[in-house]
Design a protein around this ligand. Structure first.
Ligand code: ADP
Ligand code: MG
Length: 396
């Protein structure tokens, strides 16, 4: 689960990381009071969306920049008016962009240098890794691509945790001296503590700046949390912003279905994450393109199968459906009854190919044969994928 910059910064502050003063706002009254709380100081107006690259982004009406430094409250009001409810397109949003529904007003600082600092879960080495660079700021992706040697990587063992020598090593590698080593160590310690205690998968500060007055401050922050650990962290779960999530994905999570929307046109309904991945791969290998990842899980009931069909069909890009069930704990007859029930409730107006295998397969096939649901049965996964790809292609 992702959160907004202002939320990530408020959390960081609770863990002892210094941030500039700031106020979030979602409507005209809140904007009014945020701007008057900030006062006449130089202010930065920042669009809050769950995507980076805002500074270099452009709104769909041509207004440039989702991060604007303004001189006074009048300019702050102007920038806010331009950004609120406008759609911001950045390198990370995709061409459709994201509607800005929250703004953040924060003090501008005199930047002497921008650094990058993050802790991220590295699945390959099964460790957390600190990543830092003297080349922080809006071009960090180019730094990572073109000059990866400028990234400092320091793995942290989950059993040992972060120690003061790690902090000193990274501080020296970034060129800090004297008092700044202490400031930096406090920041890295807070960053790591937040990452660890809140079950985050990423906490990133970019930029971490050194101001002209010699102070280190987090100017932008991003945090992503492990959805499976959210039950332990109601405070984090409360930060969820449903405006930033795909309504289909929200509906799926309400029905305990694992669903991720993708760009293709063949919807998949599968039990088991591994089988779902394999199904997406085989669709691709026959020249098709999956519209989603959908795992109905091991114990789905008829209601969940119906909900799954509704979610799939609410995606206007879907031009065919492939149901691929390997019954283990899941019984094929339950899925079959779910398909029949779903067909009564929702209009399945695209080709449907069903491959059932495993527990109670004969009972499942019989239910489908005797129903009046228009579908094509398939014996194997490759046959099923080939048929659905052909059917979708022939409807173009
Ligand atoms: P994004 O990474 O989404 O583009 P940032 O918050 O990192 O957004 O802002 C982009 C750039 O704007 C920063 O690298 C920094 O140079 C500048 N900036 C952001 N916040 C401030 C601030 N409070 N004071 C001065 N400059 C800022
Ligand atoms: Mg940034």
């Amino acid at each position: 689960m992702n959160i907004h910059e202002y939320q990530a910064k408020n959390l960081l502050e609770q863990f002892g990381v210094p941030i500039p003063r700031g106020y979030a706002a979602t409507n005209t009254e809140e904007i009014q009071s945020a701007i008057s709380d900030i006062g006449e100081a130089m202010t930065v107006v920042k669009a809050q969306i769950h995507a980076g690259g805002r500074g270099k982004g452009t709104f769909t009406d041509g207004y440039k920049g989702g991060v604007k430094v303004v001189k006074n409250s009048e300019e702050a009001h102007k920038a806010a008016k331009q950004m609120l409810n406008n759609t911001l397109v950045t390198a990370q949003t995709g061409p459709k962009g994201r509607k800005v529904q929250t703004l953040y007003f924060t003090e501008a600082c005199d930047i002497e240098h921008e650094y990058y600092l993050a802790v991220v879960l590295d699945r390959e080495s099964a460790q957390s890794v600190i990543i830092a660079s003297t080349e922080g700021g809006v071009d960090i992706e180019a730094v990572a691509d073109d000059t990866p040697e400028k990234l400092i990587r320091m793995p942290i063992s989950p059993t040992m945790g972060l120690r003061s020598h790690h902090c000193r090593s990274v501080a020296f590698a970034l060129g800090f001296e004297g008092q700044q080593v202490k400031q930096f160590s406090r920041i890295l310690t807070g960053l790591y503590k937040m990452y660890w205690e809140k079950n985050a998968m990423l906490v990133e500060i970019n930029p971490l700046v050194k101001t002209k007055q010699g102070k280190l401050l987090a100017l932008d922050a991003k945090a992503s949390f492990d959805g499976n650990a959210l039950f332990k962290h109601p405070d984090i779960n409360n930060l969820r912003d449903l405006n930033e999530e795909d309504p289909k994905e929200i509906e799926a999570s309400n029905n305990d279905l694992a669903y991720i929307a993708l760009d293709g046109d063949i919807a998949c309904m599968v039990n088991g994450a591994g089988l779902a991945m394999a199904t997406m791969d085989i669709i691709q290998s026959f020249g098709g393109s999956p519209a989603n990842f959908l795992d109905v899980g091991g114990g789905a009931n008829e209601d969940q199968v119906t909900a799954a069909f509704k979610i799939i069909l609410s995606d206007p890009n879907v031009r065919g459906i492939l149901v691929n069930i390997f019954g283990g704990i899941m019984q094929c007859d339950v899925i079959a009854r779910g398909i029949v029930a779903a067909a009564k409730n929702v209009d399945i107006n695209v080709p449907l190919v069903v491959r059932l295998e495993g527990t109670n397969v004969e009972a499942g096939k019989k239910i489908l044969r005797e129903s009046d649901v228009a579908l094509t049965p398939a014996e194997s996964l490759s046959e099923a994928a080939e048929i659905i790809v052909q059917k979708v292609k022939s409807t173009v």
